[in-house]
Design a protein around this ligand. Structure first.
Ligand code: SIN
Length: 485
């Protein structure tokens, strides 16, 4: 399928309501990770175009924040409806540039749209407070106001939903946005901008800039006009951005790396645990921050779980994502593939056994076989480094106390999962896990209604839910005095 023939295909940046090229007229190439072929190009913008985008957002801010909450809500609602109406085409664009199976791409469009719908409703619920003052002639009033221009730096693994999860709440409360999508997946972002234009966002409220990540990132994180930066990506890059943002004391939201433990207790429903492990581990070919990275199974049920899990993995069909039968797509690039390969080789050297997979796929290019490793040792790299690929390392454990310690032994604290039918254990373990999100008897926890985010080195702030609005608001306290005169 030729992406250029799709009506939402745009190959220019969207700044101040206009589709523009880089000043230099230079472009960057975008490749299909399944075929490795070039599918199109986007402008190679840098500092100057980023300043233009930031200034356009700044100009748009007064008018956008002055609109009533209902007016902003209506425009967001229109954007949501257009995304849903164009679901199939948006999914095709995503699969072509990112590689995920088309069914998952359709799911991501619905998931991404749900944030726009949710925040179109939340736009009307930015409540303040009144607080009793200790003095009788005074009143304390708390207002919530939009923080200002927001920068959103988004990843390639969820090219659509990470944009809507950041931008919908920002726009809902009255903040204009400048979006820098990942260079591997700009077309999903530009297609969303095309629909935003159709929905009627005033010019400058949504800007999408493609190009040199370092130059654009530098400007977005150091500009005094940008008052909030929201980033999803690696902990390594997140730490650099945090330092840069400190120069202008910006608000930040950081959705960073994860290393999710997935625990199966001996009282669990093993069939359900296998379903959850498949969803958590192999969604997006293992390229999610919330993927199960360490699967801990209690001694008594270890062999039964492994047998059923390996059987389920053997049924995954690897291939090019536009094929309706495919359930596991390519890795995004050679670099990611090499990391997966390194983790598997290292784990095997340290004593793990390859139960299934364990090598590049015969399809070649960026394809890797869905893999299960058993008997993985604690010193293997895969036990503490994020793999970001279709490899499931399984570990055996004896008791609850031991597994909570093992699970928490990580600098990361994003997602965690466990399976048990014992209500006492469910409370103890859910409270004991040092993670921002805990899935109990489920391998999928992401939804617009819930606060997504991590603790420790997995990040700061929450996206989605009522909490997702707070990060884009400033609190202003007004003390009214002289009321007894
Ligand atoms: C991520 O991996 O960055 C996001 C995953 C999700 O929203 O479920």
């Amino acid at each position: 399928m030729d992406i250029k023939k799709l009506k939402l295909y745009r190959d220019k940046c969207y700044i101040n309501g206009e589709w523009i090229n880089a000043n230099s007229k230079e472009n960057i190439s975008v490749n299909n990770p399944a075929s490795l072929e070039e599918i199109g190009t986007v402008p190679k913008c840098g500092k100057d175009e980023t300043i233009l985008a930031i200034e356009s957002a700044q100009k748009a801010f007064p008018e956008w924040k002055a609109k009533s909450a209902r007016e902003r809500s209506n425009i967001l609602r229109k954007w949501f409806e257009l995304i849903i109406k164009n679901q199939e085409e948006l999914a095709q664009i995503m699969t072509i540039e990112q590689g995920k199976p088309i069914k998952e791409a359709r799911g991501e469009i619905t998931y991404g749209a749900s944030f726009v719908e949710w925040f179109s409703e939340e736009a009307k619920r930015v409540y303040g407070d009144t607080i009793p003052d200790p003095m009788t002639d005074r009143r304390i009033i708390v207002l919530k106001q939009p923080v200002g221009v927001v920068a959103a730096i988004t990843p390639w693994n969820f090219p659509s939903s990470m944009i809507t999860r950041k931008c919908a709440p920002a726009l809902a409360v009255g903040c204009p946005v400048v979006i820098k999508p990942a260079s591997q997946t700009p077309f999903s972002a530009l297609a969303l901008a095309a629909l935003a234009e159709e929905a009627g966002f005033p010019k400058g409220t949504i800007n999408v800039i493609t190009g040199k990540a370092s130059e654009i990132g530098e400007e977005l994180s150091t500009s005094p006009i940008v008052r909030k930066l929201s980033f999803t990506g690696s902990t390594e890059v997140g730490k650099i951005l945090l330092q840069k943002c400190s120069s202008t004391v910006k608000k930040v939201s950081m959705e960073l790396g994860g290393h999710a433990p997935f625990i199966v207790f001996d009282d669990a429903d093993i069939n359900e645990a296998v379903v959850g492990a498949m969803q958590s581990k192999f969604r997006n070919t293992g390229q999610t921050c919330v993927c199960a990275n360490r699967i801990y199974v209690q001694e008594k049920v270890h062999d039964e779980f492994c047998e059923k899990f390996i059987e389920a993995v053997s049924k995954l069909k690897v291939g090019e994502g536009l094929d309706e039968e495919v359930s596991s797509g390519p890795m995004i690039d050679e670099h990611s593939l090499a990391k997966v390969e390194e983790h598997v080789e290292d784990a095997v050297q340290m004593g793990a056994k390859v139960a299934i997979g364990g090598a590049r796929h015969s399809l070649g290019k960026n394809f890797y076989q869905p893999t299960v490793l058993t008997g993985v040792t604690p010193k293997a790299k895969i036990t503490f480094e994020e793999t970001f690929g279709p490899v499931a390392p399984v570990y055996k454990f004896k008791d609850e106390k031991e597994v909570i310690e093992l699970a928490n032994n990580s600098p990361y604290g994003l997602a965690s999962y466990f399976y048990s039918r014992d209500i006492g254990r469910i409370w103890r373990v859910a409270e004991g896990l040092e993670y921002g999100m805990v899935g109990v008897n489920t391998g999928l926890t992401s939804k617009a209604e819930a606060p997504f985010g991590g603790i420790k080195e997995s990040g700061l702030g929450r996206e989605g839910s009522k909490y997702g609005m707070e990060d884009f608001l400033e609190i202003k306290y007004i003390n009214m005095s002289g009321l007894d005169k």
